[in-house]
Design a protein around this ligand. Structure first.
Ligand code: UDX
Length: 439
């Protein structure tokens, strides 16, 4: 099928590249010329596993990037809106880019005769497609939604770092549809996917996205709360997570205790849902608690470090800056407030992350030392704090001998406490009933 995708950011580019790989003809549109140039030169503008290969395979064949939205819409039958919806401090989401895209699409639709379907992929508050996107499309096209063109809402459930795998192997596909004709076209696009395909109203599709992320965030805050209780009651939370995860109603995923969730989705989406609930005069008690606990949890590794030693003048190795492994993204990463607190305590911070160093430079400037390797960060350090669950950090036991004081705070529970102690380490971890209560 002929597809255009407005917004070649994280979601748009992955969607476009994957659909091209599935033999559709795809135009990816973005306002940033530099990004468009890079994509057309097969250079991924973001770090994402497998993206480079997809661009190499499909650019020049059936995938093209462009800055011209109207032309891309005219040359396609389905248009995905995949632009950003940045969150404000009050939890609101900014719809400027959605509105701009809808205007360009509307203008192009005015000159089209075939039944074109516009699909909202960006995460938007329930009701947005109905009350914001459709009126703009109708105004600028002079046409009627449903009758003259179709509208769907098709949320994404892509994890950063595993987005291509997730796109190609979805647990489910949700198609919110204005009418059957619109939904049928999107159903056809996904016809070769072997997973449940659920067709719903536009609003339900919008809400399913928020509720999915809110549930996963709740699961993380839940296990973090259990972890905090475990530390005080002499139980290792990893055993508890395993024990409860074997219950099929609970399942073992998203039960890794640690320094909390970050990233561009969970914090923003849960905040947006809280705000929406309040606007509708409902106090979302549970979701508020999920967010509160997460804010506190981000500081847990710092608190343990602070209780171990006077941090002033100490060399602290911080391993991991990204909000999780497999990405260079540092948005809402727990490492950021942790490092800020450590700096305030007068500690000297030496950081290392396999991918996120460049992005971190934009935040910390020259306030921290950027190390080229795990070894150089650990050398002579008084304390090591692990903030991201990178695989590279899982087997570092023999490197601890480089440290001055062999003390580690495992903010992601990726080390084996027994192995660490066999290397002469003093081990502290989230949800581990270790020395933090016996020192
Ligand atoms: C998430 C959703 O998983 C995805 O479906 C949605 O479309 C976008 O938001 P992402 O933000 O890429 O994806 O990250 P995810 O892998 O879900 O992790 C989010 C955060 O939770 C990370 O900071 C991670 O470290 C943390 N996390 C995750 C935990 O602390 N414990 C866990 O058990 C799982």
């Amino acid at each position: 099928m002929r597809i255009s995708v407005i917004g070649a950011g994280y979601v748009g580019l992955i969607t476009g590249a994957c659909l091209a790989d599935l033999d559709n003809e795809v135009y990816c549109v973005d306002v940033i010329e530099e990004k468009v140039r890079k994509i057309n030169n097969k250079i991924p503008p973001i770090y994402e596993e497998g993206l480079s290969e997809l661009l190499k395979k499909n650019i020049g064949k059936n995938l093209t990037a462009s800055t011209d939205a109207e032309n891309a819409v005219k040359n396609s039958d389905i248009t995905f809106i995949a632009v950003g919806t940045p969150g404000g401090d009050d939890g609101s989401i900014n719809l400027t880019y959605i509105e701009e895209s809808a205007k360009s699409i509307g203008k192009a639709l005015k000159e089209k005769n075939n039944y074109h379907v516009v699909v909202v992929k960006s995460t938007v508050i329930p009701g947005t497609t109905d009350s914001v996107v459709i009126p703009i499309l109708e105004e600028f096209s002079g046409k009627t939604a449903g009758r003259d063109f179709g509208v769907c809402m098709n949320p994404e459930f892509l994890r950063e770092g595993k987005a291509i795998y997730d796109f190609m192997n979805p647990d489910r596909i949700v198609i919110g549809e204005l009418n059957k004709k619109s939904g049928d076209m999107i159903r056809e696009l996904y016809k070769n996917f072997d997973c449940p395909i659920m067709r719903t109203s536009l609003r339900a599709a919008e809400m399913i996205k928020y509720a999915s992320n809110a549930f996963l965030a709740t699961k993380i805050s839940f296990i973090n709360e259990i972890a905090n209780i475990c530390e005080r009651t002499g139980v290792d939370v990893t055993e508890v997570a395993k024990g409860i995860g074997l219950d099929r109603r609970i399942n073992p995923n998203f039960l890794n205790a640690g320094v909390g969730f970050g990233g561009s989705c969970f914090p923003k989406d849960v905040n947006a849902l809280v705000r929406e609930a309040k606007e509708e005069n409902y106090e979302p008690v549970l979701l508020n608690a999920v967010l509160d606990l997460n804010e506190k949890q981000k500081m847990r590794a710092y608190e343990i470090a602070r209780d171990i030693m006077d941090l002033s003048g100490k060399k602290i190795a911080v391993l991991g800056l990204a909000f999780k492994e497999g990405t260079d993204d540092v948005r809402y990463a727990p490492a950021i407030p942790t490092i800020e607190k450590l700096l305030k305590s007068g500690a000297k911070i030496f950081v290392y992350d396999p991918e996120a160093m460049e992005n971190a430079k934009g935040i910390f400037g020259n306030k921290v030392k950027y190390c080229k390797s795990i070894d150089s960060a650990l050398e002579n350090a008084d304390l090591c704090i692990i903030m991201t669950e990178w695989n590279d950090f899982k087997e570092i036991y023999d490197k601890f001998s480089l440290m001055k004081n062999k003390i580690v705070v495992d903010g992601r529970r990726i080390l084996d406490p027994v192995k660490a102690e066999n290397q002469g380490m003093e081990y502290y971890g989230i949800g581990f009933p270790g020395k933090q209560y016996t020192r």
